[in-house]
Design a protein. Sequence first.
Length: 332
Amino acid sequence: MNPDSANDSAPAPAQPDLEAMLAAAQAPGATPAPEGQRCGVIAIVGKPNVGKSTLLNALVGQKISITSRKAQTTRHRITGIRTQGATQFIFVDTPGFQTRHATALNKSLNKTVMGAIGDVDLILFVVEAGSFTLADAKVLSLFKPGIPTLLIANKLDNVHRRAEIAPWLRDMQERHPFAEFVPMSAKNKGDIGRLYGICEKYLPEAPWWYAADELTDRSEKFLASETVREKLFRFTGDELPYTSTVVIDKFEEEKSKNHKRMIRIAATIVVERDSHKAMVIGDKGERLKRIGTETRQELEKLMDAKVFVELWVKVRSGWADDEARVRSFGYE
């Protein structure tokens, strides 16, 4: 696996300007919404590893945000779209707010969180049911007054004694004037359906921003990068520090006589140490091959295309604490 065949950097992906879109929708003379039509932005916010990405995927009905047990999996603001009846829900998944290690990467992630919650119609504050930590409190302290906030008590299925939830909910009400409490599990379809109904009444009457069948504003190239990163974390577990990233060097669609679509992808996995590189490659390249195979299989389903994936590994020591390199790797 030649580590020098990949580029050092890639341009940052364009970010959806949610603030500008909100301003345009509310500006004098803006096109009025068709009768009964609603549309609004809902931020999904919380500390790392409380199930935000799992919740987003469940709400959208398709996997658009990667998940793993490793903290700090989500690193970008990811927009998921779901249109039901006359209402279009625009969900914004955010990185978990970082309270440890003030690296350039973590500062970038926190900036993304702050930008996402600054001007939305509704906030879903996700915590683990029955738990409230200092990290949760730090996130809660960021919320601006005036934006309705739902307390999403997630992972309710992990609570063995439901009677303990009532006093916990009373304690949470003293911490913040939540509009509503929603004890639930993101893996329960009934809970997801109920959450739509709760969110809908907080969204304004406004024209839809997207077509009814759109699910995300992120490009296929971005989704390819995220899928490689998810498989990387899945197959290295806690061995590999979270300070590793993926850069897409080539994303090209080619004509094919045998396939409706054919896409070739070349990507570089960036790590900080030679030992991390060896860990990713694995014995005789087996781990890297497995990462590539599972990435290909998932992308073929997601993109409805024949996909070829080529992966490389490169060492960039200290990249996560280098602001210029963090930006060059596509972080805000």
